[in-house]
Write a protein that binds this ligand. Sequence first.
Ligand code: FAD
Length: 342
Amino acid sequence: MFSTKSLHSFHLSSDVKHLAEINSITDLANMQELTNNGEFIVIGEGSNTIFIDDYMGTLILNKLVGIELTENSDFYNVSVGSGNNWNEFVLWCLSNNINGLENLALIPGTVGACPIQNIGAYGVEVKKFIASVEYVDLKTGKASVLDNQSCNFSYRDSVFKHELKDNVFITKVNFSFAKHWQPQLAYAPLNSLENPTAREIYNKVCEVRTLKLPDPKIVGNAGSFFKNPIVSNEKATKLIAEYTDIPNYEYSQNSKKIAAGWLIEHAGLKGFRLGNVAVHDMQALVLTNKTGNANGSELIELASHVMMKVYDKFGITLEPEVRFVGKHGEVKFSEIDQNVYG
Ligand SMILES: Cc1cc2nc3c(=O)[nH]c(=O)nc-3n(C[C@H](O)[C@H](O)[C@H](O)COP(=O)(O)OP(=O)(O)OC[C@H]3O[C@@H](n4cnc5c(N)ncnc54)[C@H](O)[C@@H]3O)c2cc1C
C-alpha cells in the first residue's frame, strides 16, 4: 500500500493499493490489461479529489507533458499535454504574449483536469478557450477528439463528469486564443483596475487568492468545497428581500447563482472547527485539514453539518464541488454511508 497523503491537496491519511505513472501514450496502451480487469482512477494533482478511505484499486498518475504553439493572423493555437501544471501553463502563455487565462491564475492542478469541471474564477471559465480535448478510452484503447461543443460545458460541469466519466484518460487539451485580447474585469477586485495588462490582472488575482485561500502545501484543502447553488429567480427574489446583501449573479434567464461562501458564513460557520477539520476563517467556502491529521470520517461529518445548517437557515441544499474516492472508486456524497463516515 502507498500513502495518498501527498497525492491529494486535502492530505487526508489514507492508502492506495497500486500506483501507476503515465509518461507517454505507450504507457497508456500498456495499461489496458489492468484497466479491463481491475479498478482504477486517473488523477492529476489531486486538488479536486479527496481520498476519504483506503482505495483498493490502481491510481493512475498523469505525467504527460509538452506544449506546441501554432498561429494564424487572428489566433494562437496551443496544444498542451494534460500532465502540465495549470498555473505554469498560464505563466507560459503570458511570457509568450498570449492573453486570456490571467483571471484563472494560481488554480492548482493539471491542464488535463481543467475541462472536467470547466474551471473558472473571477468571471472567466476555461471553456471559452478550449478548442478541443483529446482522450483515450481506457477500456478500448481508442483515441478520440471532442470539439468544444461536444464537451457540453456548463458551470463546473462537462461531458467528462457524465457520459465519459471513469473510463477516459485526457491526453491533450487544445486551446485557441484570439490575438485581439479583451480584459475581463467584471468581478471585484479586478473592476478597480484601469487599462490593466494581462500580467497586471494575473498579479492582482494572485494577490487576492493568496490572501483569501489557504496554501494547500501548508494547510490541506481542496479549494471551494461546495458549488455555488443555482436557484430559481423566484427563490432568489425571496432571499434578496430577506438578506439584502446576499451576493447573487444571473445564471440563466430563469435562475441565479448564489455565493455558497456567504451562505455558510451567514449560517454562523466561518471558522467553525470540528476536531481536526474546520471551515476556513478567511473564506467559508473552503474546508480545511486544520491540524494535518484529519481523516475522511471527520471531513464528511463537517461537510454534512455545513449542509444541514445552510439548509435549515436558507432552504438551499449545497452540493459538493470536490470529488470523493472511497474503497472502490468515486462515491457521490449522497451515497456515502453516514454511519461509517460521520
Ligand atoms: C486552493 C485551491 C483553489 C482552487 N481554486 C479553484 C478555482 O478558483 N476554480 C476552479 O474551478 N477550481 C479550483 N480548485 C479546484 C482544482 O484546482 C481544479 O478542479 C483542478 O482542475 C483540479 O486539477 P487536478 O489535476 O488536481 O485534478 P484531480 O483532483 O487530480 O482530478 C479531478 C478529477 O478529474 C479526473 N482527472 C484528472 N486528470 C484526468 C485526466 N487526464 N483524464 C481523465 N480524468 C482526469 C480525476 O479522476 C478526478 O475525478 C481549487 C483547488 C484548490 C486546492
